[in-house]
Design a protein around this ligand. Structure first.
Ligand code: 8IG
Length: 272
């Protein structure tokens, strides 16, 4: 730990403070599930249940307003039809924002401090399998963390076998048996990959490339939560398709897929 970090508030104390604010303002003593809505997944919240509370992220300790257009910035408590309560994080802090790994992990640590036992991490990403078309949801089976960073500090030797719960993947496939699964590689970003980097990722065993999720998953595992990861492949990765990548293209693919994947996510969440 460096000198700057020693001067900062302990990340778990900050998460406990955030959870206390969420408890007080939402009136919900205990949340059961956390949902992080990535690119393309924003519409799901409307479908999963009754919104009990909605708090602007910037009003909760440790959270920041979002950096990317198209990412929602509230933290909602949503009561599911089965009486469980979901904590819906409408945005995330990305590693590429440069706020550090503590900021990236804060949502997970706050969720755990709210009582959450199961977390669903969603994202938008590029795909390496030429047979998948933009708009394809994919279950994350494992990851390759290419950020050269960890959300953990000190001698925290956390086991990452079955990081993305096989049980929860089975459960997701009970909703849609056609869901494929793949290995997600997180690059630092914010630029997309070069075709050579995409080729490298493929050789390393990746099926998906993105800029989020792996550091959050590690923090979630450290906090003892069970993890389901679902990607929305919004574009073929650089060099896989003939055309160049644009953020607009990514947003448009997300918008087109939104009704379908929102319904899918709502049907999965009710089974968690
Ligand atoms: I959406 O092709 C989305 N996010 N690294 N590469 C990376 N992140 C992404 C991509 C992509 N598409």
């Amino acid at each position: 730990m460096n000198q700057d970090q020693k001067l900062d508030l302990d990340p778990f104390v900050l998460a406990a403070e955030a959870a206390a604010v969420i408890r007080e303002r939402s009136g919900i003593e205990r949340h059961d599930i956390a949902l992080v809505l990535g690119s393309g997944w924003g519409g799901a919240a409307e479908l999963i249940g009754e919104v009990v509370s909605e708090i602007p992220a910037g009003e909760i300790p440790g959270f920041h307003a979002p950096a990317v257009a198209g990412h929602g910035a509230t933290i909602r408590s949503i009561k599911l039809p089965n009486e469980k309560v979901a904590l819906v994080l409408g945005s995330r802090t990305h590693f590429y924002e440069g706020k550090g790994v503590r900021a990236v992990a804060h949502g997970m640590r706050t969720a755990a401090a709210c009582g959450v036992k199961t977390v669903v991490l969603t994202n938008g990403c590029g795909g390496l399998n030429p047979l998948w078309a933009p708009g394809q949801p994919v279950l994350i089976s494992d990851h390759i963390n290419l950020t050269a960073a960890s959300p953990l500090e000190g001698a925290t030797f956390v086991d990452l076998t079955d990081l993305y719960s096989a049980r929860l993947r089975d459960l997701a496939r009970s909703v849609d048996p056609t869901l494929p699964e793949g290995v997600y590689a997180q690059f630092r970003g914010p630029h997309y990959e070069t075709p050579a980097e995409v080729k490298m990722a493929k050789i390393l065993g990746a099926d998906l490339v993105g800029m989020s999720t792996t550091l959050e998953a590690i923090a979630a595992r450290e906090a003892g939560m069970e993890i389901l990861g679902i990607s929305l492949m919004t574009n073929l990765a650089a060099g896989i398709s003939a055309t160049a990548l644009s953020h607009e293209e990514v947003l448009e693919a997300g918008q087109n897929a939104a009704p379908r994947i929102s319904k899918l996510l709502a049907e999965i969440v009710i089974k968690l």
